[in-house]
Design a protein around this ligand. Sequence first.
Ligand SMILES: Nc1ncnc2c1ncn2[C@@H]1O[C@H](COP(=O)(O)OP(=O)(O)OP(=O)(O)O)[C@@H](O)[C@H]1O
Ligand SMILES: [Mg+2]
Length: 395
Amino acid sequence: MTKKRKAARRPQAGVRELRDRLKTAEETLRAIRAGEVDAIVVARARGEHVITLAGAELAYRILFDQMNEGAVTLTRDGTIAYCNRRFADIVRTPLARVIGAPLRRFVPPAEQPAFDALVAAGHRENRRADTTFRAEGGALVPVSVSIAPLQLEGSGDVIGVIGVVTDISERERAEELRNRLIQQAVTAQEEERRRIARELHDEAGQSLTALLVGLRTIEESRTITEAAELAQRLRAIAAQTLDEVGRLSRGLHPGILDEVGLPAAVTRHVQEFAQRHGVAVDLRIEGLDSEVLPPALQATVYRVLQEALTNVAKHAGARSVRVRLVRDKATVELRVQDDGAGFDPAAGAELAVGDRHFGLQVMRERAALLGGSVKVESRPGAGTTITAHFPVRRA
Ligand SMILES: Nc1ncnc2c1ncn2[C@@H]1O[C@H](COP(=O)(O)OP(=O)(O)OP(=O)(O)O)[C@@H](O)[C@H]1O
Ligand SMILES: [Mg+2]
């Protein structure tokens, strides 16, 4: 009875075992194809036998697998026979799915004819070109591709091509940003001139006209008391004009720095800001009483402060701002902290590339020129803190 039941179960157990072995075999095959296996250990009656896949080429394979560039070998018909992990990363596709696929699958249709020509030429000689790959999910990745014939040692037969693929999106982004910054610098200069022309016309021009009209009325005044009264009013207008022109010229070049030094210039700018925008500013300056910083450093700190406060006025809707300028052992730190609307700095970084928002970027560039750095901390609803650090070299 027992014997019979056992016999009946045996075929089923056999199928299961076979299925398991098939699964193991498939997994092993996949791992070999994906380059995850260096050697296979086979159990034999006379002990274990090791079959090395990479053998003496292991060192080359490690180099190939771990290099920072994508590498592929193509068969004559353009099928990917092997590729390294970096290549799979670039096209954002699992390695196992890349191997065996035609390389042109990762090239957008519009670029395919040029790409086919490149690969065809690569069967004869070394070629290099910049093109675009389409990663899984549709993202476009700018790449530089270098292709060369793949020949077996000893025979002149070309059995395919080898390609080295470099992801150049970082380089392209940096280049685009640089071009935009240059363009922005040129437009900014033009806009600055327009603004000065407008302010000269609207503010100083208006005040001078008022002065002229007033002076003519003085000429015509009948009594000395009347003339004196008018003269007093005109003096107020003249004083205001002087202020306006002063503000304009400080905006052009913070000559105030040369005259009164950084702490006084910062104090004046902060006071003016508070008055113009009705924002309470708490200012503290430490450790700069007896020292004059190098002119370039003074100008940069001043410009960073100007941009940070302009941003507060433009975007934050803050009620109060804390400004700290602290000279420490080897650094100067400027911190501008507002309690306004805040924003998402990560989204801001993308803005800088696509749109005309360059203030923060220029701030960073200015700081970097002096070996310094700018940190932007912000969250929607939680205010914004800009912290700039500058190293101070002894003069
Ligand atoms: N203090 C702040 N409070 C709230 N949002 C801010 C603040 N500072 C910057 N931002 C946000 O970050 C973005 C980028 O600022 P950035 O100074 O680079 O450009 P911008 O001020 O818009 O233009 P630009 O400075 O080129 O005239 C702003 O558009 C704004 O959305
Ligand atoms: Mg700005």
